[in-house]
Design a protein around this ligand. Structure first.
Ligand code: SF4
Length: 442
């Protein structure tokens, strides 16, 4: 049996793609190895959303060069966003590389590996597809982790956020046919899956570019009716596409979890304009208010970029202010870094010093930790429904799972609770998680 060493950088979408790669190659007789030294095939699945992505790729390739010199039959490939972005440059800078495949070419990987090993020729596939049917190709079945599964519902993005590389490396929006998605969710339920996470770069614009297709809210309503599925989540979404129908879904749909990740990026109108986000601070807050009127217990998380070009102290203070005002449950914050091809990298100087970005990032994270701790502390005494993921990282007889609002809960319990819905009385809280006592399984 041949062995595959697969390394992944980046987001949930990329993790999903890596699971697909692993399964496709398993069908070709490759077993996973956690050591590149023992591999017959090394694949690096990359993400270029954050800074230093390219350097990370080239330094990983540098480490594997020696392995290739020792074993010329070893095949090395790079996929994902950096592959899409760099293309042939990867071959020029790493001449020993065998495979480069873009974000929409994972299904071609088995044939590429076969051709590279038979013909001893480099293979490159970077095409973007115009038809969503390519997502139905072999290896596209959903990935199941215990009682949870990821289901891709769309790919690509038609927005023009000035800092974002996604539209360049993931292509234009393509929505999978709703019939295929619903069928997939039904078959997951039949396999015992209780929670589905709907994935896409901008899931709440699902269906907009596909004539006659369901809207995202309609798709959620259909999935809500699938027997056996207990929880539905989605990520990620754009505030502009938080439609009244989607807000109403939070009130009406029993299985739609009371959690929304709604990236705000900045609290300053000037920065939002330079970011080309398409909404003002007021419009964003109005949407949140509307959502909270319909679903008061909804938990919110967001993405923040600090140190965007030209961000003044006052503009940064607006970001701190929006964190206080919304009181998110969780945030993902980053210092700005210019990404290739993007409008921001062409139009603006990256003029905020690194130490200023670092200091602003620390401030944002410190403030959020206070807010999260306070909000988590308020859960003490409440009985939460937890879907158990498995044994907690700390071990010591602790299990871990998530509430419907996506809060992490650790509690003493046994491994056979994995995949079950249980009730846990919350007895302790930190900034990132809750602890509690098991009351019973549902
Ligand atoms: S909506 Fe999200 S994925 Fe699309 S361009 Fe903006 S930040 Fe990037």
């Amino acid at each position: 049996m041949k062995r595959l060493y697969l390394q992944t950088y980046g987001c949930q979408m990329n993790q999903y793609d890596s699971d697909r790669i692993a399964r496709l190659m398993e069908q070709q007789g490759y077993a996973a190895t956690d050591s590149p030294e023992n591999a017959d095939l090394i694949i690096l699945n990359t993400c270029s959303v954050r800074d230093k992505a390219e350097q990370k790729v080239y330094s990983a390739l540098g480490r594997w060069r020696e392995l290739k010199e020792r074993n010329p039959a070893l095949l090395i490939g790079v996929g994902g966003c950096v592959a899409q972005q760099e293309g042939e440059t990867l071959f020029r800078r790493a001449p020993f590389l065998d495979l480069v495949f873009g974000t929409q070419n994972i299904h071609k990987l088995p044939a590429m590996v076969e051709d590279a090993s038979m013909a001893r020729e480099r293979q490159i596939e970077l095409a973007f597809h115009r038809e969503p049917s390519y997502m139905e190709d072999a290896g596209a079945e959903p990935i199941v982790h215990g009682a949870k599964a990821y289901v891709t519902i769309m790919q690509g993005c038609n927005k023009v956020c000035s800092f974002c590389i996604v539209p360049y490396v993931r292509g234009r929006e393509l929505s999978r046919p709703s019939a295929a998605i619903i069928q997939e969710v039904e078959s997951l339920a039949a396999r015992g899956v209780k929670e589905v996470m709907l994935l896409g770069q901008n899931v709440n614009s699902y269906g907009k570019t596909a004539a006659g297709e369901l809207s995202f809210a309609e798709l959620l309503a259909r999935i809500d009716r699938v027997e056996g599925i207990e929880r539905v989540r989605f990520t990620t979404s754009h505030p502009e596409d938080l439609s009244p129908a989607l807000v109403a879904a939070y009130e009406k749909l029993e299985k739609l979890c009371e959690h929304l990740h709604l990236p705000v990026q900045s609290g300053s109108d000037h920065v939002l304009k330079r970011m080309r986000r398409g909404y003002t601070r007021r419009e964003y807050l109005h949407r949140i208010e509307h959502l909270r009127e319909r679903r008061p217990d909804v938990a919110l998380s967001t993405d923040i970029i600090v140190g965007f070009p030209g961000e003044s102290e006052a503009e940064f203070a607006d970001t701190l202010e929006i964190l206080r005002e919304v009181e998110y449950d969780d945030i993902y914050a980053f210092g700005y870094s210019p990404r290739p091809h993007t409008a921001a990298s062409k139009l603006f100087n990256d003029d905020i010093a690194e130490e200023v970005k670092r200091a602003r990032l620390e401030k944002v994270l410190r403030l959020q930790a206070e807010i999260s701790r306070r909000k988590n502390f308020a859960r003490i005494g409440i009985v939460e429904e937890v879907l158990v993921d498995g044994i907690a990282k700390l071990g010591r007889g602790q299990m871990t799972g998530r509430t419907r609002a996506n809060r992490i809960v650790n509690f003493p319990g046994s491994a056979e609770l994995s995949g079950k819905l249980v009730n846990v009385r919350i007895s302790g809280a930190g900034a990132n998680s809750l602890t509690g006592e098991l009351i019973g399984a549902q």
